[in-house]
Design a binder for this molecule. Structure first.
Ligand code: NAP
Length: 522
């Protein structure tokens, strides 16, 4: 059992009451009363706070941890050690299930004696002995874990450190995997975010979440609604398979929302997470090596995006995995699947998603893939997405002209796929049946911008904008005003998500659910 624990970090009882109510409504299973946040701390005030938590829960079984954190280890106020120990002893006497004290302070003989006596007089009280490193990993995590239990075998060890890179999380996973019983181990910071969720899969005694972002008590702490909604906390079990998007940055990614919504709809024991992988090829390789050397973590597949699409291809090649031929041609991989015996398979669903988007539009009957043969197509942009689309369209036999701001880049891409190329000013002479914007122009927040002057949009042209935030870009609005057929970037995004879902699960994803999920987020 992993208790979803919400810290109550209030300055007074009035604030505490509000926070407790909100935490209970949100679905907290345990409350951590952070008494170090209280103004004018006293034993009497803490007893009142405990009473308040018990009455507010009224009848509902809610576990309580009382903590009075030392400021040296992240406490909110500088209360003296003596008062902090008095508070913890009083909490045990008042019948709370758990107190949390810093291992370093517990070791001090006088504190230890008081806490040991208070514990022996309490019927059900347990002690959490905690250690925090706010800067980096512990020097000897396992040793610290053993030292805690050697000193007080009935303690619940709590070891929390800052992950400066996602690869730092694996030491915490290893310790959770190698140990049993009640223990709390995870990482702080953005790079440690996944450890707060995976903690449940690996049986950590608690994981912490805040009622909202303002009330987070540690860096990287998620809110209860993110944990329960977006990350399907209630469905996580030891057998849950892990998926996710590898990117840097990753915070803006919509992929966790769409994949988790589809996993939830099909009641699958699968979870999709954001993996912030920094450090280029080296960081990427280490992350994948960490994943593949721990089969028990049950990682099964990844979406891969900027800046790792080339790194993923290199990795798959180096591991002698299967690489889809067109992904080789494009020089980029956006999907990795981990099969039996850790066999890797690498794909690029971007080009297929773009082709599916084009062939789904009705333009005097559906555009068929065969109909793309010899079709004059204008591709605006020469970056990663343009490359995937040019490769796909050139495979289908289209007659492509690439327009780009940096003409040398257009020339390079054009020479690889035997296309024509030009600068953006040449759009005035455009003669294409299909126009595709593969630049970021028009994307939030510069939504008034368009890559193509409206006079260049010709009768009978189909206009496709790969930008999906917003879905109705200025380019598409102008095309609609001219009654042209349009395809939005959301369609392509959902199509590539569906293709990945199929590769991850072997099943068809729910297109309507994916589209609705994204629309609600944008
Ligand atoms: P990229 O590799 O960085 O390429 C960006 C392209 O945009 C380059 O051609 C660049 O021209 C051009 N560009 C950027 N700012 C410009 C400006 N102010 N004026 C003129 N040209 C400009 O990025 P990418 O990975 O190809 O992604 C491009 C866009 O595709 C993204 O912004 C996103 O909206 C969209 N996208 C959509 C999906 C989907 O599923 N719908 C998926 C991924 C991406 P230069 O070469 O001159 O720099």
């Amino acid at each position: 059992m992993t208790y979803l624990t919400v810290p109550i970090a209030a300055e007074n009882l009035e604030q505490a009451k509000q926070q407790i109510k909100t935490a209970l409504v949100a679905g907290a299973e345990m409350l951590e009363l952070r008494t170090d946040y209280l103004e004018n701390l006293s034993v009497a005030l803490v007893k009142e706070l405990i009473g308040l938590a018990q009455t507010t829960a009224s009848g509902r079984k809610i576990h309580l941890i009382v903590t009075c954190r030392d400021q040296q280890q992240g406490g909110a106020r500088d209360y003296p050690q003596q008062l902090r120990i008095d508070v913890l002893a009083a909490a045990l006497k008042a019948g709370v299930g758990f107190i949390d004290i810093e291992f370093e302070n517990f070791v001090r003989t006088e504190s230890q004696e008081r806490i040991r006596v208070a514990l022996s007089q309490s019927v059900k009280g347990r002690v959490i002995l905690s250690a925090h490193n706010f800067n980096t990993k512990f020097d000897g995590l396992k040793k610290l874990y053993r030292n805690i239990l050697n000193l007080y075998p009935a303690a619940i060890p709590k070891l929390i450190y800052t992950a400066n890179h996602i690869n730092d999380c694996f030491e915490a996973f290893d310790l959770l995997y190698q140990t049993g019983g009640e223990r709390i181990i995870f990482c702080m910071g953005q790079a440690g975010l996944i450890s707060r969720i995976i903690a449940k899969k690996l049986g950590s005694f608690v994981t912490f979440a805040s009622i909202d972002e303002q009330n987070a008590t540690a860096p990287g702490q998620l809110t209860v609604s993110q944990l329960k909604g977006l990350y399907r906390y209630d469905s996580i079990g030891s057998d849950t398979e892990l998926f996710g998007v590898i990117a840097d940055p990753v915070g803006h990614s919509l992929s966790p929302a769409i994949h988790n919504a589809c996993f939830a709809e099909k009641k699958m024991s699968k979870l999709y997470l954001p993996f912030l992988v920094q450090g280029g090829q080296e960081g990427f390789d280490k992350f994948l090596n960490n994943v593949l050397s721990r089969r028990w973590l049950n990682f099964k597949g990844f979406s891969v995006t900027i800046p790792h699409k080339g790194n993923a291809l290199n990795y798959a090649r180096a591991k002698h995995g299967f690489v889809e031929p067109l992904a080789e041609t494009i020089g980029a991989v956006n999907t990795l699947v981990i099969g039996a015996e850790d066999k890797l398979a690498a794909y690029n669903t971007d080009y297929a998603a773009a082709l599916d988007s084009i062939t789904s539009v009705r333009h005097g009957g559906k555009i068929k893939k065969a109909g793309l043969k010899k079709m004059p197509v204008a591709v605006i942009g020469a970056g990663g997405v343009a490359r995937a689309i040019v490769a796909g369209l050139s495979d289908a036999g289209a007659k492509i002209k690439i327009y780009n701001r940096t003409i040398e880049r257009a020339e390079r891409l054009a020479s690889e796929f035997s296309c024509e190329f030009a600068g953006l000013d040449d759009l005035q002479n455009i003669k294409a049946k299909l126009l595709i914007n593969c630049t970021s122009i028009g994307m939030h927040p510069e939504m008034e911008a368009t890559p193509v002057p409206k006079e260049c949009l010709k009768k009978d042209m189909v206009v496709f904008d790969t930008v999906y935030n917003p879905a109705k870009t200025q380019l598409l609005k102008q095309a609609r005003r001219k009654r042209l057929k349009t395809i939005d970037g959301l369609t392509m995004f959902v199509n590539q998500g569906l293709a990945q879902f199929k590769l991850f699960t072997g099943q068809k994803g729910n297109i309507k659910l994916m589209r609705e999920t994204i629309t609600n987020l944008l």
